[in-house]
Design a protein around this ligand. Structure first.
Ligand code: ARG
Length: 420
C-alpha cells in the first residue's frame, strides 16, 4: 500500500479532517498503511455550524493530531453569489456541497504546501462526487493524492470496528442516523432510511427550515448590483452576513426544501434532501430581475450558458477554461442586472412579486392598452405582421392535405380502371 505515497525522510501528509468517522480512521491508516511519519488535519470553514468545529477540535486533540482551521467563508460566499449570477442549480439542487469542495480543496492544498507535506488525503468513499471534486484540484500539484477509504475498500462497519479496536475518539452520535453536509449555501441530508426513494422523510431531518405555512406572510426587498445581491430592505450587508440573514429569515418561512433524485457523476442515481433558504430566495429574485432587464434573446441564450455553468460547478470543475468563457457572457449580461426585487414569503415559497431597475427593457407606453402609437408605430401597423404570422405553417398544412387528396384520388382512379 506504499506505492501511492512518497515516503522520503519524515514524510508528512495533510488530511481533509472533519472529526467524523471516515476522517478519524484515516489518521492511523495513513501512518500504518501508507507509512507517513506525521498526519496533519485541516478543517476548512465554509460556514458549518460551530459544533462541527468543536467536534473536529476535540477529536484532533484526542488523536494528538496537529489541527489547522482555515477560514474560507468569504471566498465561499463569493463563489455562491457567482453561482446566483448564473442561476445555477443542478437538477434543482443549488450546489452547496459542489461549490464548497474546490474552495476547501484549495485551502487544504495551501496548508499542505506551506507545511512541507508530500501527500494530501481525503476520507471520501469511491461512490460519491466529492472524491472527484477534491482530486480535480489536488492532482494539479506535486503531492501524492491518497484516498484511504476508497483505496482500502472500507465500509462503515469495518471503520466502527477498527475505531473500537484502536480506541479512536468517535462519538458516532453527533450525526444521528443521517449523513449530513452543511455549509453557508445548503444543508444536505442523506443515507440510512432516506436512501429509499419511497421513504417519506420525517419532519426532524430539517434543521434550517420550519414547516411551511406557519408564519405570517412577509415581504422583503433585495437589491442587486450587477447581478450580486448587496442589500436587504435597503440595508447593505457583506456577502456572508447577507446569506446567513436570508437563511434565517427564509428558513423561518419554510423556504428552500428539496427532496430529489440526483444523478451523480459516476452514474449512480441517489435520493437527496436539501435545505437552502437563502439560495432559493436569491436565485428566484435574481431570475426575476433578469426577466426585467435582459432581452428575450439574451434570456434564451443565457439559459444554455447557465446550464453549462451549473454542470461544471456540479463536477467541481469551476476552474475549467469553459467556465471562464461562460463567465465572460454571464458578466456582460450582469452589467444590467442592477435593481430591486420584492420577494414574498408565503406557503414555503419565496415568490418575486415586484421588480424595478433603471435597465428595465420595458416601456409603459409601448405595452399599455391606452396609447395608440409609440415611436411612430401605430396599432394598425401590426396588421401586416398578423397576416404573415403562421404563414409558413398554414402553407405546409395545406400542401400536405392537397398531396394526400391527390394520392387518394390516384388510388381510386387506378382501381376503377382495372375493373373495366
Ligand atoms: N450529493 C450532493 C453533492 O454531490 C451532496 C452530498 C453531501 N454529502 C452528505 N454526506 N450529505 O453535491
Amino acid at each position: 500500500m506504499t506505492d501511492q505515497s512518497d515516503t522520503t525522510d519524515q514524510s508528512k501528509v495533510a488530511l481533509a479532517f472533519s472529526g467524523g468517522l471516515d476522517t478519524t480512521v484515516c489518521v492511523p491508516l495513513l501512518e500504518e498503511e501508507y507509512d507517513y511519519d506525521e498526519v496533519i488535519g485541516v478543517t476548512v470553514d465554509v460556514g458549518q455550524p460551530a459544533e462541527e468545529f468543536d467536534e473536529a477540535e476535540e477529536t484532533a486533540e484526542a488523536l494528538g493530531l496537529d489541527h489547522y482551521v482555515v477560514d474560507a467563508k468569504d471566498a465561499f460566499a463569493d463563489q455562491c453569489l457567482d453561482a446566483v449570477k448564473a442561476n445555477a442549480t443542478y437538477q434543482g439542487y443549488p450546489l452547496g456541497t459542489a461549490l464548497a469542495r474546490p474552495v476547501i480543496a484549495e485551502a487544504i492544498l495551501e496548508v499542505a504546501e506551506d507545511e512541507g507535506c508530500t501527500g494530501i488525503a481525503h476520507g471520501c468513499t469511491g461512490k460519491g462526487n466529492d472524491q472527484l471534486r477534491f482530486e480535480a484540484v489536488w492532482r494539479d500539484s506535486d503531492l501524492a493524492v491518497i484516498a484511504p477509504v476508497r483505496e482500502l475498500g472500507l465500509t462503515r462497519e469495518w471503520e466502527m470496528e477498527y475505531a473500537a479496536e484502536k480506541d479512536l475518539p468517535v462519538e458516532g452520535g453527533n450525526e444521528g442516523d443521517w449523513s449530513i453536509d452543511t455549509n453557508l449555501w445548503s444543508r444536505s441530508v442523506e443515507g440510512d432510511d432516506l436512501e429509499d426513494p419511497g421513504y417519506v422523510p420525517p419532519e426532524d431531518i430539517y434543521e434550517w427550515t420550519e414547516t411551511p405555512g406557519q408564519k405570517e406572510i412577509e415581504t422583503i426587498e433585495i437589491t442587486f448590483e450587477e447581478g450580486k445581491p448587496v442589500a436587504i430592505d435597503g440595508e447593505e450587508m457583506p456577502s456572508v452576513q447577507l446569506i446567513e440573514y436570508l437563511n434565517d429569515l427564509a428558513g423561518s418561512h419554510g423556504v428552500g426544501r428539496t427532496d430529489m433524485m440526483e444523478d451523480r457523476m459516476l452514474g449512480l442515481k441517489v435520493r437527496e434532501n436539501y435545505e437552502h433558504p437563502a439560495a432559493t430566495t436569491l436565485l428566484n429574485a435574481h431570475e426575476a430581475l433578469e426577466g426585467l432587464v435582459l432581452t428575450e434573446e439574451e434570456r434564451a441564450f443565457k439559459k444554455q450558458v447557465d446550464q453549462q455553468w451549473a454542470e461544471k460547478a456540479y463536477e467541481g470543475l469551476i476552474s475549467a477554461p469553459l467556465v471562464d468563457a461562460l463567465d465572460g457572457f454571464v458578466d456582460t449580461t450582469q452589467k444590467k442586472v442592477t435593481g430591486t426585487v420584492t420577494v414574498k414569503f408565503e406557503g414555503g415559497q419565496a415568490r418575486p412579486v415586484g421588480r424595478e431597475s433603471d435597465y428595465a427593457v420595458y416601456s409603459e407606453s409601448a405595452a399599455s392598452f391606452n396609447t395608440e402609437s409609440v415611436d411612430g408605430i401605430a396599432q394598425s401597423d401590426a396588421t401586416g405582421v398578423a397576416k404573415y404570422h403562421g404563414f409558413q405553417s398554414r402553407l405546409a398544412n395545406k400542401v400536405a392535405a392537397d398531396a394526400e387528396a391527390k394520392k387518394a384520388e390516384l388510388l381510386t382512379d387506378g382501381s376503377g380502371e382495372s375493373e373495366e
